[in-house]
Design a protein around this ligand. Structure first.
Ligand SMILES: [Fe+2]
Ligand SMILES: [Fe+2]
Length: 165
């Protein structure tokens, strides 16, 4: 009989999921930056690209803490969110709605990350990985701030459209 899986296994699997997702996001952010129309949005994608590098390093530390190699596992959710974003880039090229679409897909990414990091932090605490919980919380805070900044950019973008109308 197969060994029964534990919360420790689930934690490890979910860590691999977000590790894959972060590396996918790292590759995607420069494309989002290139596509963005407003300078403020370009800058936001740039800033988050740098933050994402740090988040990947934090995840590598968490793998170290649990004594496992840093390895990802295909995350279908992030693949789906990213390919919807790519569709927006293609279909709304030169449209006054392009930045709104980019912001919406970036926020979908942030919300996915927020749910993952919230869960991982909780499980790290339960499993007694206090240092890992702190690392995961640091990233969770960054993702939440990024989401708030995107909301502010969405407001600006919408005002811009109202002015142009
Ligand atoms: Fe991230
Ligand atoms: Fe993020």
């Amino acid at each position: 009989m197969a060994k029964q899986k534990t919360l420790e296994d689930l934690f490890h699997d979910t860590l691999k999921d977000i590790y894959y997702a972060e590396r996918k996001i790292l590759k995607t952010l420069p494309k989002m930056k290139r596509a963005a129309q407003s300078d403020a949005l370009k800058q936001a994608f740039d800033k988050h690209h740098t933050e994402t590098e740090g988040q990947i390093e934090r995840l590598q530390k968490v793998f170290e803490i649990i004594g496992k190699p840093a390895r990802g596992k295909t995350c279908d959710a992030i693949e789906g969110i990213v390919s919807e974003g790519e569709e927006i880039i293609e279909e709304f090229k030169d449209s006054p709605a392009l930045d709104a679409g980019l912001i919406s897909s970036a926020q979908a990414v942030e919300h996915y990350e927020i749910t993952r990091y919230g869960t991982l932090k909780r499980w790290a605490e339960e499993l007694g990985y206090d240092d890992a919980a702190q690392l995961l919380d640091a990233t969770l805070q960054e993702e939440s701030t990024t989401d708030e900044n995107l909301t502010a950019l969405a407001d600006q973008d919408s005002k811009q459209r109202a002015k142009a109308a």
